[in-house]
Design a protein around this ligand. Structure first.
Ligand code: ZN
Length: 312
């Protein structure tokens, strides 16, 4: 299925999208809410903005010249997202994925268009906040209050690109990076070779389904396996349940050196947003850890909308 998406031309993609918009309009044509004018879908709502993939935390792991096309969230997408369970990690990831499914596509240099399933898993949050920036262009800022250590002024650190500080990529990895495959290739002293690249969302979803199934059937998933194996499946956007089982059997037979090496190498592969940072008016740098003020739902649900929008 993901391969079909891969083949889908930009035109087809847009046509499919527009037909979805059409069907949602029919749904609207019944009784209008309040005294509102019928809502006309503005063409600008579907306007995609292009970003060079190198702006993303995992940018180097996409083919050179790839663009990420991103648009603002529409009301129905925010409505769906608003039901996120802030205490359920899987639900947060799933709702974020649905948002990316609607608002993000990957355009490869040769013109092929891919879906959110081909987005690197560790780019998810960055893109969610990019969609947020595009959606709330007239304010509605989301920020964390952080006192300056030097002058104790309270700084507002906004959750947006200009305040994000990312995990550094360990320099030791650099010389093993192959730009032609957008992955690392490691040759070990035991003669083994491994290609390593951060998994995309499609692959990570398959592993999430696997974890859920194992939990339901009262089996404890092998956490070490789940940490390492998704990084060893370069070029794939999915894997079946049986495929994962086969990989698990291989993993359990792995030699000591390979395991120790991979565990260490993948331990160095944290990408994405690490902290928020800004400069205080006194010149001192202000930092705090990455967090969601008002929970994950607060990214698209306006916290004080009642006060903000009631007319008194
Ligand atoms: Zn200060």
């Amino acid at each position: 299925m993901s391969e079909n998406k891969n083949e889908m031309s930009e035109e087809e993609y847009l046509r499919r999208h527009l037909s979805e918009v059409e069907s949602s309009k029919q749904f609207n044509s019944d009784i209008p809410f309040g005294n509102a004018e019928p809502i006309v879908e503005k063409s600008s709502d579907l306007h995609y903005f292009s970003y060079d993939v190198h702006e993303l935390p995992c940018g180097r792991f996409y083919p050179t010249g790839t663009l990420l096309q991103v648009r603002a969230a529409q009301v129905r997408e925010i409505q769906a997202y608003s039901m996120v369970d802030d205490n359920n990690f899987y639900d947060i990831v799933e709702k974020m994925n649905s948002m990316l499914q609607s608002c993000v596509r990957v355009k490869y240099p040769e013109g092929k268009v891919g879906s959110y399933l081909e987005v690197k898993d560790q780019d998810r949050l960055f893109l969610i906040f990019l969609i947020r920036e595009l959606t709330f262009q007239q304010g509605n800022s989301l920020s964390v209050k952080v006192p300056c250590k030097a002058c104790s002024t309270e700084n507002q650190l906004e959750l947006k690109r200009s305040c994000f500080d990312y995990y550094d990529i360990d320099e030791k990895l650099d010389k093993f990076f192959h730009p032609n495959t957008s992955s690392y290739k490691f040759r070990l002293k035991n003669g083994r070779e491994y290609e390593v690249t951060p998994p995309n969302i499609g692959l990570q979803k398959a592993f999430t389904d696997y974890i859920i199934k194992e939990n339901q059937e009262k089996r404890t998933p092998n956490l070490s396996f789940l940490k390492i194996i998704p990084f060893l499946l370069a070029g794939r956007t999915s894997i079946t349940y049986d495929g994962i089982k086969a990989k698990l059997a291989e993993f359990e037979q792995m030699d000591d050196i390979s395991f120790q090496f991979l565990n260490s190498a993948i331990g160095k592969m944290s990408f994405g947003i690490k902290e928020l940072k800004s400069t205080c008016e006194c010149g001192e740098e202000v930092r705090t850890e990455m967090q969601f003020p008002n929970g994950a739902s607060g990214i698209f649900v306006i916290h004080d909308a009642f006060e903000a929008y009631i007319k008194e």
